[in-house]
Each structure stands twice: as structure tokens, then as C-alpha cells.
Design a protein around this ligand. Structure first.
Ligand code: SF4
Ligand code: SF4
Length: 95
């Protein structure tokens, strides 16, 4: 359910990965994000809240789940999720 007072809820309601003029934009990447689930706070603590990676990904292709999932078909490899992850759980690896 969308809660207009919750910015995360609003972002999720308006952003969905979809193939546009650029096609499957994951092919643009040279580095891909890789999540180490053991380092993600959501996996270390069942009561923890975070999802910074989901909130800041400009392509809206990280799921708000435990653990988060990255849709590599559309990930452009910008690395913002790496910078925003407080646990350093995501790193970029060469394709
Ligand atoms: S590298 Fe960029 S586009 Fe890919 S999942 Fe991270 S924030 Fe999103
Ligand atoms: S930002 Fe990092 S710690 Fe937070 S949910 Fe994403 S992967 Fe887990």
C-alpha cells in the first residue's frame, strides 16, 4: 500500500524497471555490483531496517527485500549503491 508520507513508499510507487529506448541497459556496464549477503545488515539482524541501496539506486532496479536483489538486466553500473551502503556489503566487480 502506498503511504504518501513515506518517501520510500512514494518512490517505489512511481519507479519500475522497464525496457525503454536504450533497451536492456545492463549491456552498457563494464563493472557490476555484487552483494555480499553476509555483510548486509538486513541479513545480520532480522529487526534491522536499511534498504539504502534500494532507495538510492537511480534505476530503481534493487528490490526492497531481505536480502535485496539487483536486476542486472537494467543495472548500468553507476556504483551509487556501493557508496550508499553503510555496511560496505556491495562492491563493484569487472564484468
Ligand atoms: S550500480 Fe547503479 S544502477 Fe546498478 S544497482 Fe547499483 S545504484 Fe543501481
Ligand atoms: S544498503 Fe547495504 S546494508 Fe543496506 S540493505 Fe542495501 S546491501 Fe544491505
Amino acid at each position: 500500500m502506498v503511504n504518501s508520507r513515506d518517501p520510500k513508499s512514494t518512490i517505489a510507487a512511481v519507479q519500475h524497471p522497464a525496457e525503454g529506448e536504450g533497451g536492456k541497459t545492463g549491456t552498457w556496464r563494464t563493472f557490476k555490483p555484487v552483494l555480499d549477503e553476509k555483510k548486509c545488515v538486513l541479513m545480520k539482524n532480522p529487526k534491522a531496517r536499511c534498504h539504502s541501496c534500494w532507495m538510492y539506486c537511480p534505476e530503481a532496479i534493487i528490490t526492497r527485500t531481505r536480502p535485496p536483489r539487483i536486476n542486472l538486466e537494467y543495472c548500468k553500473g553507476c556504483g551509487i549503491c556501493v557508496v550508499e551502503c553503510p555496511q560496505k556489503a556491495i562492491k563493484m566487480e569487472e564484468e
